[in-house]
Design a protein around this ligand. Sequence first.
Ligand SMILES: Cc1ncc(C[n+]2csc(CCOP(=O)(O)OP(=O)(O)O)c2C)c(N)n1
Ligand SMILES: [Mg+2]
Length: 679
Amino acid sequence: MSWDAKLATLTANTIRALSADAIQKAKSGHPGMPMGNADYAVTLFSKYLRFNPSNPTWIARDRFILSAGHGSMLEYSLLHLYGYGLSMDEIKNFRQWGSKTPGHPEFGHTAGVDVTTGPLGSGFASAVGMAMAAKYLGAVTGMGDAGLLDSKIYVICGDGCMMEGVTGEAASLAGHQKLDNIICFYDDNQITIEGSTALAFSEDVGKRFEAYGWRVLKVNNANCVNHCDQALAEAVKSDGRPTLIIGKTKIGFGAPNKQGKSAAHGEPLGVEEVAAMKANLGLPAEEFYVAPEVTAFCQARAAETTAAAAIWDKKFNEFLKADAARAELVSKLLNKSVPANILEELLKVTPIDKPTASRASSGTVLQKAAELIPALWGGSADLAPSTKTDIKGTSGFSPEDRAGRNLHFGVRELAMGMVANGMALFGAAIPYSSTFFVFSDYMKPGMRLASLQKLHEIYVFTHDSFYVGEDGPTHEPIEQLAMLRSIPGFTVIRPAEAHEVAHAWAAALQADGPVALLMTRQDLAPFDAEMAARVDVAKGAYVLSDDENFSLILMATGSEVGLALKAAEMFRAQDIGVRVVSMPSWELFLKQSAEYQESVLPSDCELRVSIEAASTFGWHRFVGSAGLAIGLDTFGASAPYKVLAEKFGFTPEAVAKKIVDHFSGGGCGCDCGSCGGCH
Ligand SMILES: Cc1ncc(C[n+]2csc(CCOP(=O)(O)OP(=O)(O)O)c2C)c(N)n1
Ligand SMILES: [Mg+2]
């Protein structure tokens, strides 16, 4: 069926009514956004977006990103009408327990949702990663030149997205990278929750985006499908830049008393206003009504775009058949393949001949991983020389070289987290991103969304403790470990030396969700062969060194494992049996059977100590209420790291003394000086 502006308008009005009805029924939701953006969205779906409802994860599809995620009923209405199998019952169950229509769109939960959105700006920033991944996949496989991959990334943003800093960072990167496959519609309705945007937002967004290197198109009335059509027709013709369509709309368009007002933003319109809106738009009063001609119009479009996808399938199969090596590469990328023997391969290269900083071991291991895993690519927020995350012998991703495997995110950690999510979401990528561990704070929102979406991503965080030294407390992470460990579904691995680094990378590459690898700036002595044979990072914690009749367990992570071993020697010299447990990952350990956990940390041993150069928050889970958590619960300081280790008590002698004091003095070990037990 060809484009029909009247039917498109009727479809847009139907979406307004469906959204208003669902939100009314749920007694919660945001009607204004779907009602204001329906005309643009229907124009996009009916004429431009290439999608395939029979295979919603078709790699070559265009992506639809509802960055203004509060307008979720817009997306659900579209998925319902355009053949994604989202039933009317699901629409009627909007925001209810167990429904496919949660409050904000959730990737992996509802077929057709390409990204989880809700935190404003996050969708926009992830779209930039998708655009990069599309360019990269097209270039490295030749799919781009063969006309098999020119996915466009269509985003809808509101005023809120445009105010968020993450949007600015990501737009700057997209402009620099000339990502002409991004078409973002900015719903310029000049309304947010508190009222007019005039309260807090007065810059010229168009000029800002032009300065970022974007093409800016303007639509004076984006509540008209023809105007939206004209803008999209222009936007799909690349001029080598990403495109921002600034569309003037009315929030809650069609609701006679609430349109254009913040009252339409985030609460049901009310029964009377819904009725008035339907009358105003010439729709029947019936709830959840879809006219047969609207169904036919949308289904015809779905059939058309599905047929185009079938033609693509044929062409793609021929493309693969023509070149076996290429087919293998494509398969490795699309499946994000990781060789089964990855650990053995990484152990072959990890440097174990002399003390090495784990960031350096990590850099060496990464080279091998990159050689074996084409889907692995990424970069750093301007710290690659320090975080050792460049893949050697390859170029940087740039407008001139879309097959470049090293990503220069620029000093944009907040966007980096979201952009990496977009790369993972696009498919064909296991992205890694990197910075100093302390700056992971700037990446938290992206990491949270990575975990929520179960994205397979790797974060390489180096300079992982106060051992950073002279840079001082601003650069010395304290509470970041606790922060990462508190994210549901997120895995943290802090390896102790080079063998563990290889194991940690292998575990991260074989994970099914986000993993942070924490690496040191300072050198770490490698384990001897006997200890190396015991390393089992995949289990999260394992017995590294043991006495038959141990009465004390020392558990440690990363650089403090070496310290624990030295402290253990001091106890052993006094005939006290010690077990040293290397515990690189709480999360992996907690996934093991109760029997395994008990075998490593037997509950009848109450003298338990944890040692970690970070906040002790959370360690009592493992040391128990009688145990001792040695860490650093203050900010660090600026000095050579050996001085800091002395001052903060991270020497074998100081550790041993704390342990003796704690278990013999009956104090709490906190150095508070007031509990009567501290010494
Ligand atoms: C990061 C973030 N901060 C705050 C919110 C809460 N919030 C949801 S919608 C909204 C206002 C958005 O305004 P706009 O994008 O213009 O949407 P409109 O009111 O036009 O639908 C806010 C502050 C959020 N979802 N995400
Ligand atoms: Mg707005």
